[in-house]
Structures are given as structure tokens and as C-alpha cells.
Design a protein around this ligand. Sequence first.
Ligand SMILES: [Zn+2]
Length: 307
Amino acid sequence: MSDISILFQKQFHDWEMLNRNYAALKSIKVKEFKIDSARFKVQFNPARIISSSAKVDEKSIKERRCFLCSENRPEEQAELDWNNDYTILINPYPIFPRHLTIPSKQHEPQRISGRIAHMMNLAAYLDDFTIFYNGPRCGASAPDHAHFQAGNKGFLPFEKDYAKGKMTEIKRIPGAAMFILSDIARIAFMIQADNIEAGEELFNILYQALPMEDIDVEPMLNILCWNEKGKWIIAVFPRIKHRPTCYFADGNNNLLITPASVDMGGVFITPLEKDFNKVTAYDIKNILDEVCISQETACHIIERIRN
Ligand SMILES: [Zn+2]
């Protein structure tokens, strides 16, 4: 049995709340939509209210105790060391049947710069999982503590759907290629790499080409990364907005949806049942159009990459 399976078994046995939350996930309500050729699921997941409504402004973050630092973690939470720099934990508020949180051992800000190789190494180590990264203004509920998350491979529709989109090659180097993906309801940049160095090189080229506002500490993005037969696939979803207008709307127009990597991967989370019942494919498409980059911005990014 793998170290991860042992960790799950141990936590299911020792931590009642976690056990209950994973059991509840099995009977959770899900509905499905198709937009373009892409499949989307909506998951009614009340336990995610903590994350979806998390205050991530600077003041609120400073005033709370960091829940990813080892001294503040629940007593029942077991951990597995990985590569000296990270700790693998089981996420007690799951979206996936197997959901991990992987914080850095240091309390240091959430940044992808210098960490994409860590993400790729994790994807090779956790080869049954898809690894994901939420930028500090794109869904991370701990923007002050660097971390990744991981969920069972095959759970996110995007992992299969990307192949149905239109992939246009924009850059190739020995060992890796970068593509722009369109026609699947949101724009993503895809990197396919035979080795970590080449994948990292192309990711850095993309990172430098992404737009940034004055208030940003890094380009707004969500990332999915997984390993397939020894090769890496990295999907980067550039973002222009954290929370959509409907998140702040009053009355019947309100939808408590905070899109992050999982949503970009095709699974939208609604912590409130009223939202689960009323959300439509039209709403999902509107949210994607609002928080993702436009075709025009994508063209500017491609120009910068090619020049
Ligand atoms: Zn911390």
C-alpha cells in the first residue's frame, strides 16, 4: 500500500470529523452541463462554505492564525514529509474522494515563481493525483502560506476534455511544447514536457508574458499539473478577476461561487443549496467569461511569447 493510502486509512480511523466529511461526499448532489464541447459538473458541498466565503484581504489574513502552520493545525491531523520542504496533509473539507493539501514547511507567501519544478516533482510522486495551485488572488484561502493541493486523477472533466479543444502550438524547445487551448469555454495555456527542466523553462517564458496589475504580486492564475506515462501536462488558466459579480450581488442574483483551479478544471462548487438548484450553464459560462482572459488578451500574451 502507498504511503498516501496508509495516511488516509489512519486519518479515517483517528479523526471522526474528517471521516464524516469524506463519507458525506459520497452522497453529495451533483449536476452536469455541457458548454461548447466541455463538460462541467456542479457540486453542492456545504463543507466548503469556509473556503468559499474566506476573507482573503490583507487585514483579515494578518488578524487570523494561519491554519497551514504546523502549530495551528488540528491535533488529529497526521502528516507526511515530502522532500524536506513540504508536508502532505489530508484536506478535512474534501471536494475529491481523495483530497490533499500540501503546505510548505515555512510560513512564506503563496507564489508560484521558483515552485513549478516542485509541482512537477509532486505530480511524479503522486501519480494517481492531479496537483493544483491557486494564486494568492485566485482562490487560495491561505495567500500568506505557500501550498499546493491534489485530488484524484480523472475527477476533473478538463483532464480529458482538453483534447477536444483547439490546441495551437506557440512555442517548442527540446523536451517540451506550449499550446494555446481554445473552444472549450475558457482559455488555457498547455505545456507538455518530457522532463522537469524543459517544462520549467517554458512555464517561466509564459509567466513572464502574462499581464499583471499594479496590485498583483504575481500574474493572476490557476494551474493544474499531472503526470501521464512519465510525461507532464501543465494547464495554466490566466485570470483577470477573483470573484465574479454574482458573488457580490443582492437577492436572487446572488451566487456564492469563488472560482479556483477545481472550477477551471470543470467542477464548480456551490456551498449553498439555493445556488446549486438555480445555477445554469448560462451562469457558468458568464462566470468563466468574467474571470478568465479574453481571446484578445490571449493574442497579446502569444505575441510576447513568440517575440
Ligand atoms: Zn502559515
